[in-house]
Write a protein that binds this ligand. Structure first.
Ligand code: ASP
Length: 316
């Protein structure tokens, strides 16, 4: 067996953008699956998730890397995290502005520094020192979305700097990206990368670069990548909860459903989370409480499968 790979391109409400760009988004997922599977032929699960997420960051159509949503000041600020299940090694960046390729920078934090998470200027400095490619600046779509949302905020006389849960939830664009992989040596890995919530306060960090929240991998157990409203996913430690259930013997599909329905019940709302996962036996699982869940799955010798609407099944 060469290995298995799943990717996602975010979960959320059904929006016009998704219908208009469905083909590009599906194409992006397929490209990511091909890149990740090709990395698995010679590399590890860690190489595969990095390669897959890099393709999605580079596409400019997802809320990550080149296509990232913008913060309250109209700036790109990226979060990404990567975890290798063999030794629980972890690397992440948050509120990083220099390079578009946040997942690779997260891996560099893991492999080249003594730390697990670098934020803001520190993360930017590492990217510069490594000669990484600078972010080309916001895409037209990101800029347009930013302007529309800013208008709506002004009309509603909302104060972005004060607590407003409804406003936060309405600013969640979806389209975050992630991947999970299992290689032929039994290694599990996960990676997640995002521009975060539109109009987020500068310096805001979501679930994506936090181990056990937006990303988790542990050999013999599971690899999970999460997407949705980071403030809720992080408080619920969604990825780690899945791991704990699987560790105690719950089948992966049931564990994922239990965590998603637990979150829905606890916070009293839907459209907040989507999870993809692979367990140590190579079972793929997914669960969401969202209308839309962009995701795909690949196994050797079979055509890759992608889905956009939550009810479409891409299970093996
Ligand atoms: N979880 C991401 C965040 O809150 C956003 C997303 O997944 O769409 O930063």
């Amino acid at each position: 067996m060469r290995g298995l790979l799943a990717v996602h391109g975010g979960a959320g409400r059904l929006r016009k953008y998704l219908l208009e760009s469905r083909r590009e988004l599906e194409e992006g997922l397929r490209d990511a699956l091909h890149a990740g599977m090709s990395a698995l032929t010679t590399g590890s699960a860690l190489d595969a998730v990095e390669a897959a997420v890099k393709v999605l960051e580079s596409s400019g159509v997802f809320n990550a890397g080149k296509g990232a949503a913008l913060n309250a000041y109209g700036q790109v600020e990226l979060d990404a995290g990567v975890m290798f299940g063999r030794d629980l090694s972890f690397g992440a960046v948050a509120a990083q502005r220099y390079t578009w390729n946040a997942v690779t920078l997260a891996r560099k934090v893991m492999e080249l520094t003594d730390h697990i998470l670098l934020v803001g200027p520190g993360a930017d400095e590492l990217a510069k020192r490594l000669g990484m490619e600078p972010h080309p600046g916001p895409t037209e779509r990101a800029r347009k979305l930013y302007e529309e949302l800013l208008e709506a905020v002004k009309r509603g006389e909302h104060d972005l700097w004060s607590k407003n849960r409804e406003l936060l939830l309405s600013m969640h664009p979806g389209d975050t990206v992630g991947a999970v992989a299992l290689d032929s040596d039994g290694n599990l890995a996960a990676a997640t990368s995002t521009g975060g919530i539109s109009l987020k306060l500068p310096g805001r960090v979501g679930d994506t670069p936090l181990p056990g929240a937006g990303v988790y991998a542990e050999n013999g157990v599971v690899a999970v990548s999460a997407t949705g409203v980071g403030e809720l996913i992080a408080r619920y430690l969604a990825a780690f909860r899945v791991a704990e259930l699987v560790r105690r013997g719950k089948p992966l599909g049931e564990a994922l459903e239990q965590v998603v329905s637990g979150m829905t019940e606890f916070f009293g709302r839907r459209n907040t989370v989507g999870l993809i996962a692979l367990d140590a036996r190579g079972t793929y699982g997914e669960a969401t409480n969202c209308e839309v869940f962009l995701r795909g799955f690949a196994k050797p010798g079979e055509p890759v499968r992608v889905g956009v609407l939550a009810e479409e099944r891409v299970l093996q």
